[in-house]
Design a protein around this ligand. Structure first.
Ligand code: ADE
Length: 441
């Protein structure tokens, strides 16, 4: 990743990006940071790049031409036009989703304003993204640019080492991190929670999950609206199990992996309620090594508060066995949500018979084909019906899979033919593979 920071204060950027983890990333070549001094493009001999605002009023405004020329100088050097991000409080506030999106670029131009801002005309001409780092006003965009560089660089291979990269999990489930402790065991009369000293990893994970839920509910309750429970379900071969495990682990720190057959899934489908994402890993016919995947998800709207309020209970249930937990859930207030969302039973039969209505039209267009699995996953957030994303296979196989899934009570919102351009999660061999007929009949 190469960052070009257009600024009147290059030293500020150089200092921040030459220290600590960013400094190491720059040294190793994982990231590059080039500052471009907007003043170098001044059009007046005085080298001033700002002037009084038309219409009067306080403050001064940065002129359009030096900013324009600074942007052009980078574009000319690169021979292409990277995204140009203008740091301003008058924009949507940066979040982790945006950070991940930016991390997929090869270069970014970060434009830092000062004084009252930059002449609107040049912004209209060059800026692709307006980003704020918070609802407060800073003296300039440089700190915002540094925040973007820092947050984005964590996703650039080689910037974080193995120990540091565990931090990736902070927002993975849209839950805040659990509290951390190190030596000594007792400090100022406060002891490290006993469970962390127990050596029982399962119990530790449960405790951490619970703490994450409690902390999120207390400090950032709005994040819970976006959180998902991920369950990987597999059937058949070791390859299917591995795929389910790998996908689940990538999507959620606290995901559960279950060994289910088709019949069991059909029986259990009502157990999955709002905010469940299911990933089915099924073996492919004649190819023991390979697997086909479908992902199912339902809406994040209802049942959430109960679930979080009862997080302790949920954890106990989890410890008692995932199946029991699911059965209990099925009997709970979430029961029937899938049904509700999918419509009455008769509707299901009809739709099962004719799953084509609009589904294939809704299936991935050229844009969707470019999407990564995690983008697709994120896009599912906020959908209001139980949904299925179906990966791979050919037209007939997908049609059959759609039929099967509809009969099983899940509504299909998308089908995604796999292509070479599709970036599959690491370790997931199955996304471009075919659906096993036997399972679908
Ligand atoms: N420039 C001034 N205030 C800002 C903010 N809150 N975010 C990004 N850039 C800014």
């Amino acid at each position: 990743m190469k960052y070009y920071v257009l600024t009147l204060f290059p030293d500020l950027i150089r200092q921040i990006t030459s220290t600590s983890i960013l400094g190491r990333g720059v040294k190793s070549g994982a990231i590059e940071v080039e500052t471009v001094n907007i003043r170098d493009f001044a059009t007046r001999s005085s080298m001033r790049i700002d002037d009084y605002p038309y219409g009067g009023g306080a403050g001064i405004v940065m002129e359009p031409e030096p900013v324009y020329q600074a942007v052009r100088s980078v574009e000319e050097k690169l021979g292409r036009r990277p995204r140009v991000i203008y740091l301003t409080p008058q924009a949507r506030v940066l979040d982790q989703t945006k950070v991940e999106e930016l991390a997929r670029e090869e270069e970014l131009i970060l434009l830092c304003g000062h004084y009252e801002g930059i002449d609107e005309r040049v912004l209209e001409e060059v800026v692709t993204d307006y980003i704020s780092i918070g609802d407060y006003v800073l003296t300039g965009g440089e700190l915002g640019a540094a925040v973007i560089i820092d947050a984005v660089s964590r996703f650039i291979p080689g910037v974080l080492n193995n120990d540091e990269s565990t931090q990736f999990e902070s927002f993975q489930d849209n839950l805040l991190e659990y509290p951390h402790y190190t030596r000594p065991e007792e400090w100022h009369g406060r002891r490290v929670p006993e469970v962390l000293l127990s050596g029982n990893h399962e119990k530790i994970e449960e405790w951490r999950h619970e703490q994450s839920l409690i902390r999120t509910r207390e400090r950032r309750p709005e994040l819970l609206e976006k959180s998902f429970t991920v369950t990987g379900i597999w059937y058949g071969t070791d390859a299917a199990r591995e795929t389910a495990q790998s996908l689940t682990a990538q999507l959620s720190r606290y995901g559960t992996v279950l060994d289910y057959g088709r019949k069991k899934l059909q029986k259990m489908h009502r157990s999955f309620g709002p905010q469940d994402l299911l990933l089915l890993a099924l073996p492919q016919e004649g190819q023991g090594e390979q697997t086909c995947i479908t992902g199912l998800n339902s809406c994040p709207e209802e049942g959430l508060s109960e679930r979080v309020a009862g997080s302790e209970k949920g954890l106990r249930e989890k410890a008692a066995g995932s199946e029991e937990r699911l059965q209990e859930k099925a009997a709970g207030p979430e029961k029937g949500l899938l049904e509700k969302a999918a419509g009455p039973e008769e509707g299901l039969q009809e739709r099962a018979a004719g799953p084509k209505d609009g589904l294939r039209e809704k299936a991935a267009g050229p844009e969707a084909k470019e999407m990564t699995f995690s983008e697709r996953f994120r896009n599912l957030r906020g959908t209001s019906t139980p949904a299925v994303v179906l990966y791979g296979g050919d037209e007939t196989q997908r049609q059959e899979a759609v039929k099967y899934l509809w009969e099983s009570g899940f509504s299909v919102i998308e089908e995604v033919p796999c292509t070479d351009t599709y970036r599959t999660p690491e370790g997931c061999a199955g996304l471009s593979l075919k659906i096993r007929k036997k399972i679908l009949q």
